[in-house]
Design a protein around this ligand. Structure first.
Ligand code: SIN
Length: 376
């Protein structure tokens, strides 16, 4: 109820604000030059894929639309950021190579180092190999600025594509101050997850999970909301500076299984990851031979969900050598055993392979490699 001239004045002021507010709002929303800048680096995948016969599962081609076309399909992005697009590649992600991981990481490190005006980077990527590229970037991008990797499980021209909403959520996260210093993130299906933990569990919307580790936050209607932060080493603290690295060491990946006899190679790799819950005797023998030949062997639970303890030195008194054994006997025994295996901790075998590749750019000593697996 209006009771005095002052009340009348306040009511008029309120009416004026209500009359002008929508225009003021529209003005701000269209003035995207006031928004923070994001660099979108497009690599291909289903987020840039087309389905010539929407509604069917046929005629699908990943990595077809250009970065500019993908951007143009989400005009709402301009409410949150000025997005610059860069076409890094345009392929289905199984064709992404370790050489491209290096090139992508170098490009992002350079941009974040040299362009103060860039608030964050969004990488669009196929979902098949998204977790591997994201983890490589997590280990090697030495910046606190947000780097978000995003994909889609339905092609851009199919029915109900998830790419546009995922891209919008990724860009909103890339400009969010709370996303700084959280390491490389994957944003899919409104979830914000660490690149260290993310994995593609299935090829359907909602298929990106973190096993038992949970997500860091969500992207709701109000934007990104964080609840947790990663605790392991990444970002500026990472020891993996790839600036001067032109290629990565060869690291193989193998499965152990009942009756398995272990891998044998004509030319041994620098490293090997064995996905196993427990080795057969023959596998143990084969792996010992590889370690003795200088291969750094890492064991990893197939699920990636086990937290393996590193092997401990034998307790004093548990030595099986006779009491009158000489130093030479002890050396001979060590030679028979070969260098120790390294255990990965809560990493999928594919991600353990990436960490081993990077660790081997710095050392071939198993105990040092183990330190990397306990740190990252
Ligand atoms: C790809 O990984 O490039 C194809 C599959 C996808 O993006 O979902």
């Amino acid at each position: 109820m209006v009771r005095s001239p002052a009340d009348v004045g306040r009511a008029l002021l309120l009416l004026a604000i209500l009359a002008f507010a929508p225009h003021a709002n529209a003005q701000t929303l269209t003035d995207s030059s006031a928004r923070p800048k994001v660099l979108l680096v497009a690599t291909g995948g289903t987020i840039a894929g087309v389905q010539d016969a929407p509604g069917t599962l046929g005629s699908y081609r990943a990595g077809t639309l250009t970065a500019e076309q993908v951007l143009a399909s989400v005009p709402e992005l301009s409410r949150h950021a000025q997005v610059e697009a860069e076409q890094f590649s345009n392929v289905a992600s199984p064709f992404i190579t370790p050489a491209q991981w290096l090139a992508l990481s170098k490009r992002i490190n350079t941009v974040l180092r040299e362009r103060d005006d860039i608030a964050g980077v969004v990488v669009t990527h196929g979902t098949d190999r998204l977790e591997e590229t994201a983890f490589f970037l997590y280990l090697t991008v030495r910046s606190d600025k947000p780097v978000i990797v995003v994909g889609a499980q339905r092609p851009a021209t199919g029915i109900s594509p998830d790419g546009p909403i995922n891209l919008l959520a990724a860009v909103r996260t890339a400009v969010a101050p709370q996303a700084r210093a959280k390491g490389v993130l994957v944003v899919m299906d409104d979830r914000i997850v660490s690149a260290r933990e993310v994995r593609k569990q299935y090829q359907r919307v909602g298929g990106f999970t973190t096993g038992e580790m949970g997500m860091l936050g969500v992207v709701g209607s109000g934007g990104p909301e964080f609840f947790f932060a990663p605790a392991r080493r990444f970002g500026p603290a990472s020891e993996f500076d790839v600036t001067a690295i032109d290629s990565l060491p060869r690291v193989e990946l193998t499965f152990s299984y009942p009756g398995g006899t272990g891998p044998r190679y004509d030319t041994v790799p620098a490293g090997l990851v064995v996905a196993t819950t427990g080795l057969t005797r023959a596998e143990n023998t084969a792996l010992r031979a590889l370690r003795q030949a200088g291969v750094v062997v890492v064991t990893s639970f197939p699920s990636g969900d086990n937290v393996n303890a590193p092997p401990r030195a034998p307790a004093p008194g548990s030595d099986t050598l006779p009491t009158n054994a000489t130093a030479a006997d002890s050396t001979a025994r060590e030679e028979r055993r070969g260098p120790p295996s390294v255990v990965s901790q809560h990493l999928t075998p594919a991600k353990a392979r990436i960490l081993l590749m990077l660790a081997l750019t710095r050392t071939r000593v198993p105990a040092e490699v183990q330190r990397y697996f306990l740190t990252y």
